[in-house]
Ligand binder design. Structure first.
Ligand code: 6PG
Length: 232
């Protein structure tokens, strides 16, 4: 695990630089698969990536989780990314992999699971970068405490009913799917995350404590979120 801890005022710019560097240094002769996080923290970062003059050749964007709402719904993670990034850069549709919102959440999840496996299992491609956030309760993606998806050991993508969330029907990668990520970057800022982050990192509590990248796991934090950590 590595830590990048930056002043709040610099958080977005430093996170954009950090991720832009990853994208610029990718191998250009093969697809680069990046999973995006939802929520509010990353929106300004996605906007910054749109302005970073990046080339998106062979960059495939996926979503680590989604709310079971239409793509034009105000709670949709797809809509959030569309407004912050997709409407500002040219990325071919075949490089975009949003969750399909179908007749039933289970059907959406099964469809995404099939697409995920066709690329990362049968297709043998690399899940290069997984961006994740963390909620005040220590959830990540839509793997919420005490929710059924925490017990999933086979499926890569599931529907998850989350009684504690505003948008209760969620779609999420599972722990086995997240574990295929070569690199995981947690984007966490704000003093309200300091307590749960300390519980995740120093007590192994909450779903976010169960997620590590195959090669690296970076906690990209502002000073407020890192305030309760022993000097890492
Ligand atoms: C979602 C996210 C979720 C988010 C955390 C943190 O769909 O909401 O995937 O896991 O990352 O809730 O959200 P904030 O960045 O808004 O604190």
């Amino acid at each position: 695990m590595t830590f990048e801890i930056v002043p709040e005022a610099e958080y977005t710019d430093r996170a954009v630089d950090f991720l832009a560097q990853r994208l610029r240094s990718r191998a250009k002769d093969q697809p680069y698969h990046m999973f995006l996080s939802g929520g509010s923290t990353p929106k300004a970062i996605y906007r910054g990536l749109a302005e970073a003059g990046l080339d998106w050749e062979q960059v495939h964007l996926w979503w680590g989780d989604e709310r079971y709402v239409p793509h034009d719904h105000s709670d949709s993670n797809y809509r959030m990314v569309k407004e912050a990034l997709l409407d500002r850069v040219e990325i071919p549709a075949h490089q975009l992999h949003p969750w399909p919102i179908l007749a039933h959440p289970e059907l959406s999840a099964e469809t995404y699971d099939r697409e995920f496996r066709s690329v990362f299992e049968r297709g043998g491609q690399t899940l290069n970068l997984q961006l994740l956030g963390m909620g005040d309760d220590g959830h990540t993606a839509s793997l919420f405490p005490s929710s059924p998806a925490l017990e999933e050991t086979q499926a890569m993508a599931v529907a998850n009913f989350v009684s504690s969330a505003q948008e209760k029907t969620r779609l999420t990668l599972t722990f086995p799917a997240l574990a295929l990520s070569q690199e995981i970057v947690f984007l966490i800022k704000g003093e309200n995350k300091a307590g749960p982050l300390q519980e995740v990192l120093e007590q192994g509590r909450h779903p976010a404590s169960r997620v590590r990248g195959r090669e690296s796991t970076v906690f990209f934090l502002d000073q407020a979120a890192a305030a309760k950590l022993k000097k890492p």
